[in-house]
Design a binder for this molecule. Sequence first.
Ligand code: TA6
Length: 290
Amino acid sequence: MAATGWKPGVRNGLEVVELETPASTCTIALHGAQVLGFTPRGEREGLWISDRADFAVGKPLRGGIPICFPWFGPHAGDRALPPHGFARTRLWRLAGVEALDGERVRAALELTSDPTTAPLFPHPFAARLAVTAGDALELAFEVVNTGDAPFAFEVAFHTYFAVSDVGAVAVRGLGGCPYTDRVAGGARDHQDLGAAVRFDGEVDRVYECSGLVTLADPARGRAVRIESTEAGSVVVWNPGAIKARTVADMSPEGFHDFVCVETGNVLDRRVTLPAGGRHETRVRYAFGGE
Ligand code: TA6
């Protein structure tokens, strides 16, 4: 059985840290603190990366787990600002890597406000992402307000799960939850009790929901259990065939191969931090059989 360990590396020109545990391997880029891969041992890769992804600092990288922070989607007040904030396009600092218990390895990455973030987000902050690989993949995103005035922020783990085919999967656990339908111009709706989300065309919904969500992929014999803490939003996204053709860094058929199920705190669930306040959004992904 493999031991726990880690090593620095380079993937497509980006600096990465590679974690190894008896149960999994995990690759994290310092660019965006973006998890690029998580593979349960002996199984298929759990995350999807576009074959047209741009591996360049300063640009979003389509796939893996981009971090949306300090806002989600288009900026509410200024559409000229980058969508999903700037955390995903910055180089983060690797603060440390530690073996926890012979079974898990944790890497911590940090991003703090500086003169280049101030024009985009005029609030002093310290953000820290802890990525723990083991028999599951765990993410904890902490934000500290290091200034002397309150501020609000949004955050989401924009996770691209690899699937057999988007038309064959189901997202369960959102029954009864209200949602904003971004395909219907922001119309409000709610998921019928007991009804799974399925994909037959573009889906882009922001659910107000917490608790266990499951991504079931029977054709692959896999189900991902998604458990969140201190998170009030679940975004479910796939562009579908038509919208996919307009996405430059995705091949026209690429939409078949992933589903985004994104845990976080966005829109009305954004977090307000008092001066000196701290918040941590957490999620755990367990890849198992159906
Ligand atoms: O999370 C869903 C979403 O906000 C969609 O509206 C869609 O545009 C997607 O994210 C991808 O955004 P991106 O800026 O990475 O192209």
